[in-house]
Design a protein around this ligand. Structure first.
Ligand code: HSE
Length: 322
């Protein structure tokens, strides 16, 4: 089914909830220097999903948006994540999932992670919360494997935990929640598609020790800057000498947006996830809005359609709406 409008569900506070709606936020993976290890959840945009328990075992996927995404559970990111959850639940259970995507697939804003995370958060709620958040990340990483060919958790973890997360390890999972000072996030999504699998394919497999040392310094500096509320240190550490030089070639206007945003007072920023979205962090709202105007100017001049957001860090993560 396509183009179905998802109607809000009623109050689901009883223990025998059969249907829930979930908001699943967009996320910025990597946070410039932390390829595959850092991620941040955003207030906007968010996907909306409705998940129902069904009598029949199995998974039925429906799309309430215009995107032509697969409905076969093992080929769909939400379906693959639910299959992993059902394997550990052991008892027979079935889910019907209606996905209303507001985060465009291929945007670099964690669209696949939102579907994967939203599905398992909803299913866990419907089953009476038997699984931990770490379990849910583990299940949802199966969706990332379907989407990009590799299990990574830098979108999934912030989508489920909210805030900023450090993935110290994925095998075994070791997720660290980071505190951070208040910040505004300005995002531009040029309406071109960059597939994560392609953006991973073009990366060099070896890294020079000199570059690795610089990157380690920046990751450690960024984490310390977040935890110490040190805006200047955050700004100095938002530098990527390994991934960005390769991937930014795929994003028209990237260098211009970055240079002008920093001149306008942004702390710094870079490619959101695997792109093509670009994000900038700012301490003040006025600066974040100035950065949005720069993004609008750059993409209007380039004649490329785009969408912008001025938003904040989302500390709730994927949320069941009662
Ligand atoms: N860390 C992943 C990458 C995120 O950059 O390929 C994909 O959204």
């Amino acid at each position: 089914m396509t183009n179905k409008i998802v109607e809000p569900v009623g109050n689901n506070s009883s223990s025998a909830v059969r249907e829930v709606q979930v908001f699943a936020p967009a996320t910025v993976a990597n946070l410039v220097c932390g390829f595959d290890v850092l991620g941040m959840a955003l207030q906007q945009p968010q996907d909306v999903m409705t998940v129902r328990l069904q009598e029949q075992p199995g998974i039925v996927i429906q799309h309430a948006d215009g995107y032509d995404l697969p409905v076969e559970p093992e080929k769909n990111v939400a379906g693959a994540s639910l299959l992993a959850l059902m394997e550990e639940w052991k008892e027979k259970v079935g889910f019907e999932v209606i996905i209303d995507k507001r985060i465009k697939p291929g945007s670099g804003l964690g669209s696949s992670a939102a579907s994967s995370a939203g599905a398992v958060v909803a299913a866990n709620h419907l089953l009476g919360n038997p699984f931990s958040r770490e379990d849910l990340v583990r299940f949802a990483m199966n969706g990332e494997k379907v989407a990009s060919g590799v299990k990574h958790a830098d979108n999934i973890a912030p989508c489920i935990y909210g805030g900023i997360t450090l993935i110290r390890s994925i095998f075994p999972l070791d997720i660290v929640q980071l505190t951070a000072p208040p910040m505004y996030v300005t995002v531009v999504h040029p309406q071109i598609e960059v597939r994560t699998s392609d953006a991973r394919q073009i990366l060099r497999k070896e890294v020079q020790l000199k570059a690795a040392i610089k990157q380690w310094g920046n990751i450690a500096g960024l984490v310390a800057g977040f935890m110490k509320n040190d805006y200047a240190l955050i700004g100095r550490s938002l530098e990527d000498v390994i991934i960005e030089p390769v991937r930014s070639i795929l994003i028209p206007g990237f260098d211009d947006v970055k240079k002008r945003s920093k001149e306008a007072g942004a702390l710094g920023g870079g490619i959101s996830g695997s792109g093509p979205s670009v994000f900038m962090l700012s301490k003040e709202e006025a600066v974040a809005k100035g950065v949005e105007n720069i993004m609008i100017d750059v993409y209007t001049r380039l004649g490329i359609e785009f969408k912008t957001y001025v938003t904040n860090i989302n500390y709730n993560g994927a949320k069941v709406i009662s």
